[in-house]
Write a new protein. Structure first.
Length: 172
């Protein structure tokens, strides 16, 4: 089975200060020597997340529609959105910090869904457990959805829910 080629197109470039200063000196020397300068030749290597990327299809039409509506409102307010802009922004129109986003998710799950001990990880745990136990999919499928490199990380979610243990004991 052949793997599909990555369709990644670079949209941002970042340098640390020392590397940037060194690059400027190199470009200055080349310009003084009359060399042709192609900016792309000086881009740093692309940083990959542990060397892997993952894309999951957005299959729920209601969710897709809600995201499209959210983006339409953002575009109407801001006009120029770039693909690198955050999907959700704070009241001050900046990106969420990871801690704030985790806290907001936990508050929504506790307040709106009534889940007493919810955390930002609850939805992820619920999804992966559902894939393994209710949908009866393989750990490999759950591993792919979770983005785990090692299957042993996904096996944590294979732990049977308490209801299944109780049912098994009752049917003895």
């Amino acid at each position: 089975m052949k793997r599909s080629k990555s369709q990644y197109r670079r949209r941002t470039v970042s340098f640390d200060i020392e590397a940037f200063n060194q690059l400027i000196r190199q470009i200055e020397a080349m310009a003084k020597a009359g060399a042709k300068i192609n900016p792309a030749d000086f881009y740093p290597p692309v940083k990959k997340h542990k060397g892997r990327s993952r894309d999951l299809p957005l299959v729920d039409p209601d969710l897709r529609e809600a995201l499209e509506q959210h983006l339409m409102v953002r575009i109407e307010k801001q006009r120029a959105l770039k693909p690198s802009d955050p999907l959700f922004v704070t009241q001050k129109a900046g990106p969420y910090s990871p801690n704030t986003l985790q806290e907001h998710m936990a508050l929504m799950l506790r307040g709106w869904a009534g889940i007493e001990k919810a955390s930002s990880h609850s939805g992820r745990r619920s999804l992966i457990t559902n894939v393994i136990h209710k949908q009866k999919k393989s750990v490999k499928v759950a591993q792919k959805i979770a983005g785990h490199v090692n299957p042993s990380t996904t096996l944590i979610y294979e732990e049977p829910p308490e209801e299944q243990i109780s049912e098994a004991l009752k049917s003895l």
